[in-house]
Write a protein that binds this ligand. Structure first.
Ligand SMILES: [Zn+2]
Length: 259
């Protein structure tokens, strides 16, 4: 009898150890997959840039497939931020939503969080798009990277939080809007973005390649928070794009429309 009990205990212990090892390997593989990218801000590789225009001709680049439907709260878990930093980030992020019925709220329970923000995991600045963060493969892992952003000046902090939380609501980059009609100087583009540690494939995907033909496009909004700075030397003609200062009128319009 005693032997039987010992055997059962031994089997349970071994099973638990095996499960722990499998989970440990799984977690580390996921971490490797996600953190390898060195892009300052990146959307998921399989997401096509999609732009749309409503009947008023308002400009935006938004993918409704990834919006949070039927929500009054989107739960944010801060993996490594103190209370002050978390609250400051949420206050800025919520300016996207101040005219909607949805709010970003702080969640203390990792297991039921929707979005997980990491300030100390490297990875530059990037975010998954909208409800993509709910996919099982990201369970318990960061879905938004704000790498040491709190050590940057206030203007950079605000702009980056707005941009990344824009992605988290379903917004995509304005830069790939086909109606922007950038006349790129390819050599300069490659040299500039390689300086930011982008790979050639990232440069092609995020800048140089045209969007898929199925894209429905609006006119270009150079004031969108979903654009980043483009120095004039990267363009054969046309004006440089400056860093946006905050949410544009049309950024707010589209979020109010969908949320
Ligand atoms: Zn971005």
């Amino acid at each position: 009898m005693k032997n039987n009990k010992s055997n059962i205990l031994f089997i349970i212990t071994m099973s638990l150890m095996l499960i722990s090892i499998i989970l440990f390997i799984y977690y580390n593989n996921q971490q490797e997959l996600i953190d390898k990218s060195s892009k300052p801000c990146a959307v998921s590789p399989y997401l096509a840039n999609q732009t749309q225009e409503d009947s008023l001709g308002v400009k935006y680049v938004f993918d409704p497939v990834y919006m949070w439907k039927g929500r009054s709260e989107i739960k944010i878990y801060f993996l490594d931020a103190n209370k002050e930093l978390a609250n400051k980030t949420l206050l800025i992020a919520n300016s996207w939503l101040d005219e909607t019925n949805v709010k970003f709220v702080k969640e203390e329970n990792l297991a039921i969080s929707d979005i997980r923000v990491a300030f100390r995991r490297g990875g530059g600045y990037k975010s998954l798009i909208g409800n993509e963060a709910l996919q099982f493969k990201y369970s318990g892992l960061p879905t938004m990277w704000l790498d040491d952003l709190d050590k940057q000046p206030e203007t950079v902090f605000k702009r980056t939080v707005l941009h990344e939380f824009g992605h988290s609501l379903g917004m995509l980059h304005e830069l790939k809007n086909p109606n922007a009609k950038f006349n790129w100087n390819e050599d300069e583009v490659r040299s500039y973005f390689k300086g930011l540690k982008w790979k050639d494939s990232d440069i092609d995907k995020n800048i140089l390649n045209p969007p898929p033909k199925r894209v429905i496009s609006s006119s270009f909004d150079p004031n969108s928070i979903m654009i980043y700075q483009i120095p004039s030397k990267l363009l054969k003609d046309g004006q440089a794009i400056l860093w946006p200062k905050g949410l544009s009128k049309d950024d707010k319009y589209i979020i109010n429309k969908y949320y």
